[in-house]
Every structure is written in C-alpha cells, then in structure tokens.
Design a protein. Structure first.
Length: 88
C-alpha cells in the first residue's frame, strides 16, 4: 500500500511539474510576443517621425523658395554691363 501511495504521489508531482513547465513556457512566449509588438510599435513611431520631419523639411523648402525676392534688372543696366564687359 505504501508503494502504491508513493507512486501516486510521484505521478501527481510529475503532473504538477509538467504544468509548471508549460506555464513558464507560455509566459516566455507571451513575453516574446509583447517584446515583438513593442519593437514594431517603436519602428512605426520612428517611421512616422521620419515622415513628419521630411514633410516639415519640404514645407520649409517651399516657404524658402516662396520667400525668395524676385528682382528684374532693367534693360538699360543690362546694356551698360555688356558694354563695360566688351570694353575690358
């Protein structure tokens, strides 16, 4: 009877060990998945930030181009310059 009881206890203990091992493996898998998700979210955020920076740079470039002063040289000045160039 004693042997029978120890066998039962051993089998119960081994079942518990299996359960605990499985639980720890499941926890590990869940942690890995969470890390993956966090990494993906970080990558998405970085991409969004880069896109925003590019858009801001484009807007700044457009504004700078729009703010460039336009200056038309009168034709009299042009002809004077041409004459001075030919004189030298």
């Amino acid at each position: 009877l004693k042997d029978h009881a120890t066998k039962i206890i051993d089998s119960i203990l081994s079942i518990f060990c299996h359960i605990l091992r499985g639980e720890s493996q499941i926890k590990k898998k869940l942690q890995d998945e969470e890390q993956l998700q966090q990494q993906q979210q970080q990558q998405q955020q970085q991409q969004q930030q880069q896109q925003q920076q590019q858009q801001q740079q484009q807007q700044q470039q457009q504004q700078q181009q729009q703010n460039l002063p336009t200056y038309t040289v009168p034709t009299s000045e042009l002809s004077n310059q041409q004459q001075s160039n030919t004189d030298t």
